[in-house]
Design a protein around this ligand. Structure first.
Ligand code: ZN
Length: 198
């Protein structure tokens, strides 16, 4: 039975599709939005549409950006021979916040997970290997210390080894299963400085 208008039901349904939003939260968000002033609702929906239509992948590192080549890849102050491999743009942001990493990045957009049916071809691995044709001295693998992150690190290391490029893995001062973005800057820097060859 429909307690609410079909429009409200639809709104609740859409909110419930978001990660971490259960039915109750979806209802709360939907009703909150209905009580918001029109301008605020418009600003909200506009920002979603603008972000969705303007944000794309950097042609070099595949982070999310609104330009063809992101500011990090464009910068001549960065060491382009040092590539840090991360699972997503949020992890990149975590390292950028430390302000101490001078290399560039490669964003995989995921990790290999046989359980979820995510294989090497489902993440930006081919693109990473392409980049090794340039002048690359070291690839630092900073995937998460989850089972998937470790499996991905191992896979990448095996893939790169034959090319002769140095491969290292960030130190595991990072809690197991911990998402990189939630770890404080000091721990991140320690993990980076304590990286070991793979
Ligand atoms: Zn880039």
């Amino acid at each position: 039975m429909d307690y609410y208008s079909k429009y409200i039901n639809k709104l609740i349904e859409e909110f419930a599709k978001l990660p971490g939003v259960g039915t109750k939260s979806a209802q709360r968000l939907a009703f909150h939005m209905l009580n918001m002033p029109d301008e605020q609702v418009k600003a909200f929906t506009d920002s979603i549409i603008k972000a969705k239509s303007n944000v794309r992948y950097c042609k070099s590192c595949y982070t999310l950006t609104d330009e063809e080549i992101c500011p990090i890849c464009r910068s001549d102050k960065r060491d382009h021979s040092l590539i840090m491999v991360v699972e997503n743009t949020r992890d990149l942001a975590a390292y950028e916040k430390t302000g101490k990493y001078e290399g560039v990045y490669h964003v995989l957009h995921g990790a290999i997970s046989p359980a979820l049916g995510i294989g090497p071809n489902d993440i930006r691995l081919k693109e990473l290997i392409e980049r090794l044709r340039g002048d690359v001295k070291e690839v630092i693998i900073s995937t998460n210390s989850s089972v998937e992150g470790e499996a991905t690190a191992l896979y990448i290391s095996k893939l790169i080894k034959p090319s002769g490029v140095k491969v290292s893995r960030i130190a595991s001062g990072v809690p197991v299963g911990g998402d990189l973005e939630y770890i404080d800057e000091i721990t991140l820097l320690r993990a980076l400085e304590g990286r070991t060859d793979m």
